[in-house]
Ligand binder design. Structure first.
Ligand code: AVJ
Length: 334
C-alpha cells in the first residue's frame, strides 16, 4: 500500500521532476470476444460442466476476492504476509539484489512494493492480463520510487510464460505469491514452473504455496460463514450472462466448496438448486437438480512435494520459509 495520505505525501518537490521516470506499458494479450464465448460454451457443454477460474476476476470479483483475504477463515494471504515480514532480509540475501523483479499477476502491486527496499531490483516488471489493471498502481508506485524503471506488461501467461525482449536480458527474479500456482494441476504447475525457470535467465523465483492441512480448516477457508466466497463464486453467473449472453439466475445456484483429501485440492462448484436449462445464442446446457458447474481447483502441497516440483522444474537451490503452524510455504529458489 502506498502512503497516499501519510507524512510527506503532499510534498511537491518540483526539483525532482527531472529524475522522476514514468512507467512503460506494453499490451501483448488481446481478448477476442468470440474466442471467449467459444471457450465458455465448450466448458458448459463438457461433462461435468466447467468454467475456468480466470472468469472469477471481473471488477466485482476482484473486490470480492480482496474481501476474502480479510476473512478470519481465509488464512493464506495473512500467513504469507507474516512469512514475508519475518524472513524478508534472509530471503533477499538468498535471492540477491539488483535483479529484474518480474511480478506475475501483479494486480495492485502491493505485495511486490513490500519487497522493493530489500531486493533493490534494477527494474520492476508487473505482468497482468491487462495493463488497464496495472496503470494506476504503477503510477503510484513510480511516485514512491522515482528512479526505478517500471514496465507494465499485459500478458496471459496461464499456458506458459514467454516474456518479450522489452523485459531486458538481465537475470530475473520471478515473483508468484498468493498460492496462485494452486489453480494449475500438478502437471500443469510443473510445465509452468519450467517456463518460469527458463524465463528467469539464471535469476530466481519467490513463490507462495498453500500447504496440505486438516480438512476442517481448508473447508472453512473456502466456505466462510459470512458467504463472501459464495458471492465470489456466484458472481461468475453474472459474468456468464454478460460474456455468453445467457440468463442464469444467481438464486438458482448454491456455492459448494470442499477439500478433496485424496486429490489434495479444494474444489469449488456452482450447484443447481433445481433442474434448469442454461441457454445462450447458439447453444444450451441442461442441468439436473444438484448438478454442478466446476469453477475452481486450488491444489495444496506438502513442503517436500513442492520442493521436489521446483527441482524437477530446473531450480537447483531451494529453500522453504513457513509459519509456526506450517500452513503456508514461501519458497525461494535459484
Ligand atoms: C487466488 C487462486 C490463490 O485458491 O485460495 C479463494 C482463489 N478461491 N477463495 C485460492 C480463491 C476461493 C485463491 N487463489
Amino acid at each position: 500500500m502506498l502512503a497516499r495520505g501519510g507524512p510527506g505525501a503532499r510534498r511537491t518537490d518540483f526539483g525532482d521532476t527531472a529524475s522522476m521516470r514514468t512507467p512503460d506499458f506494453l499490451q501483448l494479450h488481446h481478448e477476442d470476444a468470440a474466442a471467449v464465448r467459444a471457450e465458455l460454451a465448450a466448458g458448459l457443454l463438457a461433462t461435468p460442466a466447467r468454467v475456468a477460474p480466470k472468469f472469477l476476476y471481473d471488477a466485482l470479483g476482484s473486490r470480492l476476492f480482496d474481501a476474502i483475504t480479510e476473512l478470519p477463515e481465509y488464512y493464506p494471504t495473512r500467513t504469507e504476509r507474516g512469512i514475508f515480514e519475518a524472513y524478508r532480509a534472509e530471503i533477499a540475501g538468498f535471492l540477491g539484489t539488483g535483479r529484474t523483479l518480474v511480478d506475475l499477476g501483479a494486480g495492485s502491486c502491493e505485495k511486490a512494493a513490500g519487497w522493493l527496499a530489500a531486493l533493490q531490483p534494477a527494474r520492476y516488471v508487473a505482468v497482468d492480463i491487462s495493463v488497464v489493471y496495472l496503470r494506476h498502481a504503477l503510477e503510484c508506485l513510480q511516485r514512491a520510487h522515482p528512479a526505478l524503471p517500471i514496465l507494465g506488461l499485459g500478458l496471459d501467461f496461464a499456458a506458459g510464460l514467454a516474456l518479450p525482449e522489452a523485459v531486458g536480458p538481465e537475470p530475473r527474479l520471478m515473483f508468484y505469491p498468493g498460492s496462485s500456482i494452486g489453480n494449475f494441476t500438478p502437471d500443469e504447475a510443473l510445465a509452468f514452473l519450467r517456463s518460469v525457470q527458463r524465463e528467469s535467465h539464471g535469476g530466481g523465483l519467490l513463490i507462495g504455496v498453500d500447504f496440505v492441512k486438516d480438512k476442517a480448516t481448508l473447508d472453512l477457508a473456502y466456505d466462510d460463514p459470512l458467504g463472501v466466497t459464495a458471492a465470489f463464486n456466484r458472481n461468475l453467473l453474472r459474468r456468464l450472462n454478460l460474456l455468453l449472453g445467457c440468463e442464469a439466475r444467481v438464486e438458482d445456484f448454491d456455492h459448494v466448496a470442499f477439500y478433496d483429501t485424496a486429490r489434495q485440492r479444494i474444489e469449488m462448484h456452482l450447484q443447481a438448486r433445481r433442474a434448469l436449462t442454461l441457454a445462450w445464442p447458439g447453444g444450451e446446457r441442461r442441468l439436473a437438480a444438484g448438478e454442478r458447474i466446476h469453477t475452481e481447483n486450488s491444489y495444496k502441497y506438502t513442503e517436500a512435494g513442492f520442493a521436489a516440483l521446483l527441482r524437477e522444474a530446473g531450480f537447483r537451490d531451494v529453500r522453504c520459509f513457513s509459519d509456526p503452524q506450517r500452513w503456508f510455504g514461501v519458497f525461494a529458489a535459484r
